[in-house]
Design a protein around this ligand. Structure first.
Ligand code: SF4
Ligand code: FES
Length: 248
C-alpha cells in the first residue's frame, strides 16, 4: 500500500503544533500500525529529518502506552485493540490517514504524539491499591472465598490498561471509565473493603483536581476502550461514592 499520512508535529509542550504530510510506500497489510510508523521514522532519519515521537512499550496490547488518535478515533478504526495491535489491513491503498495525539487538557502534549498521562498515575496513587501484609504472614488466597461472579467482574474491571482512550474519546474529557474500573476492581472483592470509603472519595477528588470533565452518559468511552471496560463500572463507582459520602 502507498499511503499519505497527516501527522501532528509539535516540538515540545510549549511550541505551537501543526499537521504535516508524509508519504509512505510499500506498506504491507500484515504490518501493525506502529511498524508502519517505524517505516516512516526510518525514512525520516535516513533523510536527516527528526523522527515522529510516539509512545509504545509492549506492542502487544498490555502496557497502555500507545496513544494515537487515528482518523478521529482513539486507537483507530478497529474495535477492542490498541494502536499497537491495529493492523494495516484495516486501511486501503491510496488512503490518507490522520494521526493526532490523545487530546485532553489533563493530558498535555509533550512532543508530537506523546502526551503526559501522569494524571492517571496520581489518581492511582490516591487510592488504587490495597494494604496487604507482605512480611511473610501473607494469608492464603483460598482462605477468603469469592464468588465466581464477583471474581469475573473484578477481573473484567482489572483489565483496564490505563491507556486514556476513554478520555480522548469523550467530548467532556471525562476519566470516569478509567476511575470506575480502578474503583470497581477492589469494590467487588473482600480485600478491597477495608479502604473502600477512603479509596473512592480520594480517587474521585484527585480526578476532579486533575481537570477531567464530567460524564454525561454519551458512551463513546465504552465504544473506543480497547479492553471493553463496561459503563457499568461508572455506575458502580457512583454508587460507591454516594455510599462513602453518606458514611461521612
Ligand atoms: S477504561 Fe479502557 S480506554 Fe480507559 S484507560 Fe482503561 S483500558 Fe483505556
Ligand atoms: S505498546 Fe503496549 S499497549 Fe500498545
Amino acid at each position: 500500500m502507498n499511503l499519505t499520512l497527516k501527522i501532528w508535529r509539535q516540538k515540545d509542550s510549549k511550541a505551537k503544533g501543526q499537521m504535516v504530510d508524509y508519504k509512505v510506500t510499500d506498506i504491507s497489510e500484515h504490518m501493525s500500525f506502529l511498524e508502519m510508523m517505524d517505516v516512516l521514522n526510518e525514512q525520516l532519519v535516513n533523510s536527516g529529518e527528526e523522527p515522529v515521537a510516539f509512545d509504545h512499550d509492549c506492542r502487544e496490547g498490555i502496557c497502555g502506552m500507545c496513544s494515537m488518535y487515528i482518523n478521529g478515533e482513539a486507537h483507530g478504526p478497529d474495535r477492542g485493540v490498541t494502536t499497537c495491535q491495529l493492523h494495516m489491513r484495516m486501511f486501503n491503498d491510496g488512503d490518507t490517514i490522520t494521526i493526532e495525539p490523545f487530546r485532553a487538557a489533563a493530558f498535555p502534549v509533550i512532543k508530537d504524539l506523546v502526551v503526559d498521562r501522569m494524571a492517571f498515575e496520581r489518581i492511582q496513587q490516591a487510592g488504587g491499591y490495597i494494604s496487604v501484609n507482605t512480611s511473610g504472614n501473607t494469608q492464603d488466597a483460598n482462605s477468603i472465598p469469592i464468588s465466581k461472579h464477583a471474581a469475573d467482574e473484578a477481573m473484567d474491571a482489572a483489565t483496564c490498561i490505563g491507556c486514556g482512550a476513554c478520555v480522548a474519546s469523550c467530548k467532556n474529557s471525562s476519566a470516569m471509565l478509567f476511575v470506575g474500573a480502578k474503583v470497581s476492581q477492589y469494590a467487588l472483592l473482600p480485600q478491597g473493603q477495608v479502604e473502600a470509603v477512603d479509596r473512592v472519595k480520594n480517587m474521585v477528588a484527585q480526578m476532579d483536581l486533575e481537570g477531567f470533565g464530567n460524564c454525561t452518559n454519551t458512551g463513546a468511552c465504552e465504544v473506543e476502550c480497547p479492553k471493553g471496560i463496561s459503563l457499568e463500572n461508572i455506575a458502580r463507582m457512583n454508587r460507591e461514592y454516594l455510599s462513602a459520602t453518606l458514611k461521612g
